[in-house]
Design a protein around this ligand. Structure first.
Ligand SMILES: C[S@@+](CC[C@H](N)C(=O)[O-])C[C@H]1O[C@@H](n2cnc3c(N)ncnc32)[C@H](O)[C@@H]1O
Length: 298
């Protein structure tokens, strides 16, 4: 990613939160406390990036429609629901003794920062490529002033730096502390080799670790229509092409080989099913869908 760029996919995730917070049907899904920060991120991006400024001028319904055309039907709701599910699991892990959390490819996500604020005994780290990390920290400082002493954001490109080196460089990271690693909407952008090394490194990095991450079963079909071309154009803006995917049924085996036991996975449709009409569910079923996985070291 060029030095001054942000991740368009990270921007799309928070844009979806802000759009749904203004939508009569969906606004109760969104965590109210997070929205002020996500709005600040959007304002920050509007001021600096023409692509965000231009798209941000479109009416809400048009943006929601566009996100669904470019990502998948139900994607804005999925982004909100996956964040809620990740937060709930993270809170449970902290209650059960996790003393460190590491958010990998954090984008504009607020979880590490919010956890650091709420739990002074938990050390909270986040990693993202250097340019993205710099922009995010700037918005955090603009919004909250001083950052908590137990929060640390590191700029590191995980396609260039092995995860074990990135973790070793985190100030105060301790392998003796029970650690929750979170990778939301990230592994699909990495190569198979990087993903494999990442899980092995994460397992080796702490005596007791949990992983919470999303994966895609299949990448969208290669350029076959105008929408897939536009999608590639957007992802190509900062070289975020889908790379790694794995069917949900194969995930437990993949994780077992790297020292983790899968506890559960939740699919795209499962996350939304209680909120949808039958007609909508039929449409959701046709998506390739991203799923959320939680596993613990064995
Ligand atoms: C889809 S966004 C998800 C952001 C955030 N996790 C969320 O769900 O709100 C993907 C994030 O992964 C980061 N990322 C992609 N490739 C990366 C790499 N090689 N090293 C570090 N971060 C990377 C991007 O910069 C971006 O912030």
């Amino acid at each position: 990613m060029a030095k001054d760029k942000i991740s368009i996919s990270a921007w799309t995730v928070i844009l979806s939160h802000v759009l749904l917070s203004r939508d009569a049907r969906w606004k109760t899904l969104v965590v109210v406390e997070d929205i002020a920060f996500y709005r600040s991120c959007l304002n920050y991006c509007d001021k600096r990036f023409g692509v965000c400024r231009t798209l941000g001028k479109l009416p809400d319904f048009c943006l929601l429609w566009l996100i669904q055309r470019l990502v998948a039907y139900g994607a804005p709701q999925h982004f909100v629901l996956r964040k809620r599910a990740i937060r709930a699991q993270a809170m449970q892990s902290v209650e059960q003794g996790a003393e460190q959390i590491v958010v990998i490819g954090a984008g504009f996500d607020i979880l590490a920062f919010a956890t650091a604020q709420a739990f002074s005994q938990v050390r909270c780290f986040e990693l993202d490529v250097p340019s993205m990390c710099e922009h995010k920290v700037q918005v955090l400082k603009d919004c909250y002033g001083k950052l908590p002493g137990n929060f640390f954001a590191a700029g590191v490109d995980l396609s260039l730096v092995p995860m074990r080196d990135a973790l070793a460089a985190l100030p105060g990271f301790s392998r003796e502390k029970a650690t929750l690693f979170i990778a939301e909407g990230v592994v699909m952008y990495l190569t198979e080799e990087s993903v494999s090394a990442m899980f092995s490194d994460v397992h080796a990095a702490a005596d007791s670790s949990e992983v919470l991450f999303t994966a895609i079963a299949k990448p969208p079909k290669p350029k076959e229509n105008i929408w897939s071309r536009i999608r590639s154009l957007f992802l190509g803006y900062n070289k975020e092409a889908f790379s790694w995917c794995m069917e949900a049924v194969q995930m437990a085996g993949f994780l077992r080989e790297r020292g983790f036991g899968e506890q559960y996975h939740n699919g795209y449709v499962e996350l939304q099913k209680d909120l949808r009409t039958q007609k909508e569910l039929d449409q959701l079923e046709r998506q390739n869908g991203e799923y959320l996985v939680y596993a613990a070291s064995v």
